[in-house]
Design a protein around this ligand. Structure first.
Ligand SMILES: Cc1cc2nc3c(=O)[nH]c(=O)nc-3n(C[C@H](O)[C@H](O)[C@H](O)COP(=O)(O)O)c2cc1C
Length: 159
């Protein structure tokens, strides 16, 4: 049984795609846990925990933030990795990471990064579709997953 657990929250599937990409890059494998399917997780079996979610309208996934605050003390005893999916880059992305993950979790993390994001119109409801169409000035799906960042993240965890 793998000693790493990747826990994630996703609305449209991209965080799951990134979590699965990361899982495949980890030398000793990892279990995956979607917070939508199961909100309570037994962390005792794992030495390493990776947390992931995405940003919507300037805020990171509520499910993920709730999970982090409810489990912070246990998470602080683990080897930790933190990521977020979003379209923002650079300073904006760093700001989102800081808003989502507490200072304690960020200081404990051995690795933290943003993995880019996607606009998948067929998976959006009509409000989101309308909003994103206006923002991205089109209705073509956008794929911007930062594969290099996922590889670098995995390399740190594999050390
Ligand atoms: C309704 C909506 C709002 C979004 N708002 C933001 C945002 O404020 N900042 C950002 O960087 N990305 C934003 N995004 C991009 C998402 O973070 C990106 O689509 C991500 O891949 C979604 O992850 P998920 O598929 O795991 O839910 C938004 C996407 C949608 C659909």
């Amino acid at each position: 049984m793998p000693k790493t657990l990747i826990i994630y929250a996703t609305k449209y599937g991209t965080t799951q795609t990134c979590a699965t990409m990361l899982q495949k890059l980890l030398n000793e494998g990892a279990d995956l846990q979607n917070l939508k399917q199961k909100r309570t997780v037994n962390l005792d079996d794992y030495d390493t925990v990776v947390l992931g979610g995405a940003v919507y309208a300037g805020r990171a996934s509520t499910k993920l933030r709730k999970f982090c605050s409810a489990n912070e003390q246990v998470l602080l005893t683990k080897k930790l990795g933190l990521f977020l999916c979003m379209m923002e880059e650079g300073e904006g992305a760093i700001k989102q990471l800081k808003q989502c993950y507490s200072q304690a979790l960020r200081e404990k993390a051995v690795v933290m990064d943003y993995f880019g994001g996607e606009f998948l119109f067929s998976k959006m409801g009509w409000v989101a579709r309308k909003m994103i169409k206006m923002m991205s000035k089109g209705d073509e799906d956008v794929h911007h997953i930062r594969e290099d960042a996922i590889k670098a993240f995995a390399e740190v965890l594999n050390r």
